[in-house]
Design a protein around this ligand. Structure first.
Ligand SMILES: NC(=O)C1=CN([C@@H]2O[C@H](COP(=O)(O)OP(=O)(O)OC[C@H]3O[C@@H](n4cnc5c(N)ncnc54)[C@H](O)[C@@H]3O)[C@@H](O)[C@H]2O)C=CC1
Ligand SMILES: O=C(O)C1=N[C@H](C(=O)O)C[C@H](O)C1
Length: 264
């Protein structure tokens, strides 16, 4: 039995994760961390099944009160990084789906996990299709160094570019010679027209109601283009990755950033 705390239970991802944990025989939800509702139980909140677990608004107090093995964070960038460090401090293995972490944040959390000698997973995308899309993009970049990334998300997303787009750019960077794409004299007549720049690659962020989570990686070569696209139409697409991460983090002793390192 793996004892789990979830932060962000009322969010779009948090609700799915609560259902997943509740329905998985070898998982036990022992508490949730919410922004509000201190002292209530999850069962008292609208839209939740009768799950009698306590709600805390402070992760430290939560981890001082309940015994947990894994902490799942699905909140906001600022909260997620603070939570991940607290969980490590209390010896509880973080599985972080929250995006918007900087390289400095990742370095810091990697150090803390090493000091504590416990596993942690930070996964910018839990969907198997998205992980394959990133792996395929890395494979293609060896042959097509000219590439642009277009990520498309719902309009309530806080961070841009998405964690997935950044991870894709990092994976491509590992195999692509560093150079600035496009015409050397290119000039934006409207700021932002060419998107964000990551090691010479452009990343474009689209935000619209109706979208969930989507990404296209477009490669250009002589007389041809190659487009690799993934679509998450529902947040259920992320849940098998959450389950896999909870099970896997129990066996790790370091921080792993990205499920591509854990999937053959
Ligand atoms: N890794 C992955 O596969 C995926 C990651 N995400 C990421 O997960 C995060 C959450 O996404 P959504 O569920 O769409 O957002 P959301 O806005 O629906 O949910 C976030 C929840 O966090 C809660 N929250 C804020 N501050 C808090 C605090 N101090 N303590 C406890 N809870 C707090 C909010 O009340 C809200 O319920 C985002 O960073 C998003 O980018 C989203 C989808 C998939
Ligand atoms: O906010 C979202 O919705 C998503 N966020 C993650 C990201 O930033 O890549 C994963 C997925 O794209 C959905």
């Amino acid at each position: 039995m793996i004892r789990i705390v979830i932060a962000g239970p009322r969010g779009r991802m948090g609700r799915e994760a609560v259902s997943l944990v509740h329905e998985t025989k070898h998982f036990e939800l022992v508490a949730v961390v919410d922004r509000i509702n201190e002292g209530k139980t999850l069962a008292q909140l609208d839209g939740f099944p009768a799950i009698e677990v306590p709600i805390f608004t402070d992760l430290e107090r939560c981890l001082q009160t309940v015994q947990a093995d894994v902490f799942i964070d699905l909140t906001t960038p600022e909260v997620g990084k603070r939570h991940a460090e607290i969980a490590l401090h209390y010896g509880v293995r973080p599985v972080v789906g929250t995006t918007g972490f900087t390289e400095d944040d990742l370095t810091r959390l990697t150090q803390v996990a090493e000091e504590k000698k416990i596993g942690a997973i930070i996964a910018p995308n839990f969907a198997i299709g998205a992980i394959l899309m990133m792996k395929f993009a890395q494979m293609a970049a060896k042959y097509f160094p000219h590439v642009e990334i277009i990520e498309l998300h719902h309009d309530q997303k806080l961070d841009a570019p998405s964690g997935t787009a950044l991870k894709t750019a990092q994976l491509i960077q590992q195999v692509r010679p560093s150079f600035i794409q496009g015409h050397e004299a290119e000039k934006e007549t409207m700021e932002g027209a060419r998107g964000a720049l990551y090691d010479g690659m452009r990343i474009h962020s689209v935000r619209l109601p109706g979208l969930v989570a989507h990404q296209e990686v477009i490669f250009g070569g002589d007389g041809q283009t190659l487009t690799i696209r993934h679509d998450s139409f529902h947040r259920s697409s992320f849940m098998s990755g959450v389950r896999f991460s909870v099970e896997t983090v129990m066996k790790l002793e370091t921080l792993v950033y990205g499920l591509e390192h854990l999937i053959e």
